[in-house]
Design a protein around this ligand. Structure first.
Ligand SMILES: [Zn+2]
Length: 658
């Protein structure tokens, strides 16, 4: 009987339809991991993880030092681990062929698992200090893949990006002190709807691409056909693409060999500097990434020198997520900024490089049209230039949104949350707080120093005690403040708000969110639903909501603000959100004051109270917009017009922001 054990066949990289920007970003990193990785932003069901897994299959085989637990490159002594350096004196190191690995970093990983740790079994048994390598070691010379990187604890992301940038993992803890090579292709994916990544961390990914579903019918049909052929017979499909895959593998291998010789002229470097200055990016990282990416692109296309056209093609991948944004800045289109900067810098850079290096450096495709194309291609579907990975708002009816209010993790001191690292205790310690693994390692790290062990390899002393640091996601408190007055469309507004509240409550408990609803009509505001995480309760409270009467907008805002301030007192790290569903035209003031004036004053108070505001404008027709926009501006918030005033759309808008 024949037993065939097939490895699961991966979908070939060459067979992926479209997504050219995504593929280019991955290939540039395959040629030179120092480009700094790729952050792939896109909704579920796009080719994100398929493409990353497929990339692994086209990475060339490599020589590794036999017996080295980090897979050092025999041909690159400068990058060797301590172990390989020590063995050097014994003669040439034995080498073997190996295929690169892909390491999945789970969102639940601890710091120990990532960076490696003292091997405490060895410490207990033999009293020896030895290092147990972590995932950074396993990923050396391969791919480190983090799905949903936005959900990873911040300090882990920091550690990860440090190692990626340096190509080295430095371990200084628990009596272990070593450094080992950790040069890997870092790929993070995230669904922006699930919460964003901090701007400081965003900047540390070399490249960033936005991926969305293809819109061209032909491409969609092709995707389905290839997917079916693959599922029908994976091996036959792989054979069909084998030549293309081999060719790509050779291209990457040759490009890596060619890369050190690729010339980066001074004109190119000036054009890059100019571009970064005009795009007003912070720091110098963008320049360095752009230079490396341009060189990698030239190497990939078998050219001896990086040209302005290379810069033009990589610039959107490097710059789009680095444009400086301020929370309350004037309406300004990032796309326009980038576009203008590209045109100016490339034209002046082209001039300079032509003067200094002759016309060869200028390369083809420097016309305005190609610049627009390359900007558009930051989004892989090439559909909408505005949809680069920073979600540039193309709709002029929206003011820039604040990025400071995003859901974050915080250190938890109430015993809840996930054990993410350990520390020396800061006070009384309960059993539940003891981090046994770290405590034993601390004891083990002293083991060989100790003279008092007797027969035991390990003795735990009070100073070895370590406690758990727990982190958890911070919840949001969201108050919907809805105009229920007799003005046009009030039933629609109320229905949309009700549906959005229920939608947000579906997973509110898990996210630690609380949602409330305030309605205002006649001469007062009413707290219809106090902050809650319960769908059942909301269902009961929201059943019958009366509408009609005048519009006491100011009272609605003040009442909502009271709720949010008491939420902030209850849980100071809560992120407070006010969702104001109104046309902005209040006609009843507080205590008989002017309606519109009181509403603006109330909005200013919201701004001072560290509350994030979204104003959903329900005014219709050409005259609509002014009043609600003014309220948004006074509150320092975002102004949004919905394409359709219904619960699904409203829920989506709010969800995508908190
Ligand atoms: Zn080594």
């Amino acid at each position: 009987m024949e037993v065939v054990r097939r490895l699961p066949q991966k979908f070939p990289f060459s067979a992926i339809v479209g997504q050219e920007t995504l593929k280019l970003s991955l290939l540039l990193n395959a040629v030179d991991p120092r480009v700094g990785g790729v952050l792939i932003r896109g909704e579920k069901g796009t080719a994100k993880s398929t493409a990353v897994r497929a990339l692994l299959a086209v990475l060339p085989q490599m020589d590794v030092v036999e017996g080295c637990q980090y897979g050092c490159d025999p041909g690159d002594p400068a990058q060797w681990c301590d172990d390989c350096r020590d063995r050097r004196d014994e003669g040439p190191l034995p080498k073997i062929r190996a295929v690169p690995r892909m390491v999945d970093l789970p969102v639940s990983a601890t710091e120990d698992r990532l960076v490696g740790t003292l091997d405490f079994q060895a410490a207990i048994r033999e009293g020896e200090r030895s290092f147990h390598p972590g995932l950074l070691a396993a990923a050396n010379r391969g791919i480190l893949y983090v799905d949903e990187v936005n959900l990873l604890d911040d300090h882990l992301v920091d550690t990860l990006l440090d190692a990626a940038a340096m190509g080295v993992n430095v371990v200084e803890r628990e009596g272990v002190s070593l450094a080992h090579p950790a040069r890997f292709i870092l790929v993070g994916t995230m669904n922006p709807e699930e919460g964003d990544i901090r701007p400081q961390l965003l900047d540390r990914f070399g490249l960033c691409v936005g991926v969305e579903a293809m819109r061209e019918p032909e491409a969609r049909v092709e995707i389905v056909l290839r997917r079916h052929a693959f599922e029908e017979d994976p091996s036959a499909f792989a054979r069909q693409w084998a030549d293309a895959e081999d060719e790509l593998k050779n291209r990457i291998r040759d490009a890596r060999l060619r890369l050190p010789g690729v010339r980066l002229g001074e004109g190119i470097l000036y054009a890059i500097a100019d571009l970064s200055i005009r795009a007003a990016v912070d720091g110098h990282r963008a320049d360095s990434v752009m230079a490396r990416a341009a060189a990698a692109l030239a190497a990939l296309e078998n050219r001896p020198e990086a040209t302005l056209s290379d810069v033009e093609r990589v610039a959107p991948l490097v710059l789009a997520h680095r444009l400086r944004r301020t929370p309350f800045s004037e309406v300004r289109s990032d796309t326009d900024t980038l576009r203008t900067a590209l045109m100016d810098a490339l034209s002046s850079g082209a001039g300079r490089s032509q003067e200094q290096e002759g016309s060869t450096a200028a390369g083809p495709g420097l016309g305005q049209a190609s610049i627009f194309e390359s900007l558009g291609s930051a989004s892989s579907s090439s559909e909408d230039p505005a949809d680069v990975c920073i979600n540039v708002e193309s709709d002029l009816d929206r003011t820039r949104r604040s990025i400071a209010g995003r859901r974050q993790t915080s250190v938890s001191d109430d015993g809840r949350g996930r054990y993410s690292r350990s520390e020396v205790p800061k006070g009384d310690v309960t059993m539940a707080d003891v981090a046994f693994d770290a405590t034993i390692r601390a004891a083990a790290s002293r083991a060989s120093d100790s003279k008092t062990l007797g027969d035991m390899a390990l003795s735990v002393q009070p100073e070895d005690l370590r406690t758990k640091v727990r982190t958890r996601k911070v919840g949001a408190s969201i108050v919907f403040c809805v105009d229920a007055s007799g003005s046009m469309g009030s039933d629609k507004r109320i229905d949309a708000a009700k549906a959005a509240v229920l939608d947000l409550l579906v997973d509110a408990y898990q996210k630690r969110d609380r949602v409330a609803l305030v309605s205002f009509r006649g001469n007062k505001a009413e707290v219809v639903l106090a902050p809650t995480a319960s769908v059942e309760l909301a269902n009961v409270r929201l059943r019958n909501l009366p509408t009609g009467g005048a519009t006491p907008l100011a009272a609605g805002i003040v009442s909502s603000l009271d709720i949010l301030q008491s939420e902030l007192r209850r849980q100071p790290d809560t992120v407070a959100w006010l969702v104001l569903v109104t046309d902005g035209r209040g006609n009843v003031g507080l205590d008989g004051g002017s309606g519109s004036e009181d509403a603006r004053i109330a909005a200013t108070r919201v701004r001072m109270a560290n509350v994030h505001t979204i104003v959903i404008d329900t005014a219709s027709g050409p005259t609509g917009g002014t009043a609600a926009r003014e309220i948004a501006r006074m509150a320092g918030g975002e102004y949004v017009r919905l394409s359709a005033l219904d619960g699904a759309e409203l829920g989506r808008v709010v969800r995508s922001r908190i």
